[in-house]
Design a binder for this molecule. Structure first.
Ligand code: C2G
Length: 129
């Protein structure tokens, strides 16, 4: 079984996220998503509209996602790759190169980001309505 791992906030889940998760899952047989906690989002300088529990439920409703774990720190990735026996680490192309340091542990690959959609755009539209 080929196990895939990816990270993110996945707030106001949209088709850019879903396309990413669909392609990530297609890289293997089992997809783990490390979902940024509200506390870690504060460290990332992000404020999610939905709570971690809500964002977790949204991801678990997708057929592409097999397991959701918390992302609490920037530093946990190496431990996660080892702990979950990950074969492939993947992120959207806006992170191109940023996680190549994991390539001694697993395959690292980046998937093209979907242009024209973002959580910020959705929130701005919601605020304007
Ligand atoms: N994404 C995408 N297309 C979009 C928006 C996002 O492909 N239009 C991808 C991002 O590249 C990322 C994933 O969806 O791989 C999640 O995006 P975010 O929720 O914005 O996650 P981010 O804030 O980038 O957190 O440790 C890594 C961080 O937790 C990543």
């Amino acid at each position: 079984m080929k196990r895939v791992l990816t990270y993110g906030t996945f707030d106001t889940l949209h088709y850019g996220h879903i396309r990413l998760l669909q392609r990530a899952r297609a890289l293997g047989d089992y997809l783990i998503v490390a979902l940024s906690t509200d506390e870690f989002n504060a460290i990332k300088g992000k404020k999610a509209y939905h709570s971690w529990e809500e964002r977790k439920a949204h991801l678990e409703a997708l057929r592409y996602v097999d397991l959701v774990i918390p992302e609490n720190t920037w530093e946990q990735k190496r431990q996660d790759v080892t702990l979950y026996h990950v074969d492939i680490f993947t992120m959207g192309s806006d992170w191109e190169g940023k996680f190549d340091f994991l390539s001694d542990l697993c395959t690292v690959t980046y998937l093209s980001r979907t242009e024209g959609i973002s959580s910020t755009m959705i929130r701005n539209t919601m605020d304007a309505s």
